[in-house]
Design a protein around this ligand. Structure first.
Ligand code: CP3
Length: 342
């Protein structure tokens, strides 16, 4: 097993951490913007396997990242379950809303999602064939809570208010929706693995808004269920979990869910995460994406700080959240060079 990402995920401490970047295929890259224009729009790009594979490969060619992440979106699964999905330019995603048990029950069965998602599996197959042999292919899905927040509100929200409201007023419908997403996510990720994904990652972008018992019930438990089902089907499959802004909830998250690696956002310090999270296994993160906009000596210092904080254990270098469209591609090159300097 020579791929660096797989070595880190198996618990090995490496002198130079492997590196990739959330949203590494994205609008900050001129070649991404050109391919998206060729596809027509973002969703057409996701469902065009050849072009989706092309944009996945672009940051690998440019920076030689150690991992490629499948180009797709966490909201394709709700679409495959029957929700309407579209993207408002400059604003973000819009979906038809789910607010009642009847609407949860009217969703498509998990066995019929693959018809819609077939082009995504084809993208994975193309990538498994075309990636350089040292590059690890990561598949992904949203974690059930985060996906549910978009399905309930029909859009991104600052405080996930509509999802919290449904949880409070119709617990049965809310729990049923979480179950539907959980079961569909297992099958979706399993198909990605069968197509050639070597690692999968669960994005729980809004985990930080779940407190107390809710965090256990709707961030930890669905994640644990997905991981145990995937590991039963695919023994040895490494899984990264990202309960973003979980703060103290990061502690013990890997053990409670069975994740091989916990991705850490940049609202906690790397020193804190090294002491409290990396002490029990591999971590990924957590440079602030703002450095990709501002660059300079601050970027170099902050990159060295993250690398140094995590050098005593298994670590995959990454940002604490996705790179933003206003980032400068030169700053990404500077980060990669700084990480790989001995
Ligand atoms: O990381 C990668 O390069 C792989 C592809 C990927 C995308 N989205 C492509 C994308 C991944 C892993 C995601 C995950 C995703 N999608 C999350 C979880 C991670 C996170 O950022 O918290 C969420 C919440 C979504 C839902 C989503 N997709 C939103 C809210 C938006 C609009 C905000 C924005 O950044 O524009 C998207 C659009 C999206 N997904 C883009 C990309 C490259 C930009 C669309 C474009 O090209 O116009």
């Amino acid at each position: 097993m020579s791929k660096l990402i797989l070595r880190a995920l198996s618990g090995e401490t490496l002198s130079t951490p492997p590196i990739w970047m959330m949203r590494q295929a994205g609008r900050y890259l001129p070649e991404y913007r050109a391919t998206r224009a060729q596809a027509g729009d973002f969703l057409s790009l996701c469902y065009n396997s050849d072009l989706a594979a092309e944009v996945t490969l672009q940051p690998i060619r440019r920076y030689g990242f150690d991992a490629a992440i499948l180009f797709a979106d966490i909201l394709l699964l709700p679409q495959a379950l029957g929700a309407d999905l579209w993207f408002e330019t400059g604003e973000g995603p819009r979906l038809s809303t789910i607010t009642t048990m009847a609407e949860v029950q009217a969703l498509r069965s998990k066995d019929s999602i693959h018809e819609t998602l077939a082009p995504i599996y084809e993208t994975v197959r193309i990538l498994a064939h075309e990636l350089p042999q040292q590059t690890t292919l990561i598949g992904f899905a949203g974690a059930p809570w985060t996906v549910a927040t978009y399905m309930i509100a029909g859009r991104g929200t600052k405080d996930q208010g509509p999802a919290h409201a449904l949880k409070a007023t119709d617990r049965a419908a809310f729990a049923a929706l979480i179950d539907v997403i959980t079961e569909a996510t297992i099958d979706y990720l399993s198909m990605q693995v069968q197509a050639g994904a070597e690692v999968v990652k669960l994005f729980d972008s809004w985990a930080g808004s779940l407190k107390g018992q809710d965090f256990t019930d709707f961030a930890v438990k669905p994640t644990a269920r997905i991981i145990s089902a995937l590991k039963a089907k695919h023994p040895g499959l490494p899984i990264i979990a990202f309960p973003r802004e979980a703060s103290a909830g990061y502690i013990g998250f890997a053990k409670a869910t069975g994740a091989d690696c916990v991705a850490i956002d940049n609202s906690v310090s790397p020193e804190w995460a090294a002491e409290n999270v990396q002490s029990t296994g591999c971590v990924q993160g957590n440079l602030s994406p703002t450095h990709m906009v501002t660059g300079g000596q601050d970027l170099i210092d902050a990159t060295r700080r993250v690398k140094a904080a995590f050098q005593g254990g298994p670590h995959i270098f990454n940002l604490g959240h996705g790179i933003t469209p206003d980032a400068d591609p030169e700053n990404v090159a500077l980060m990669v060079e700084t990480v790989r300097q001995r």
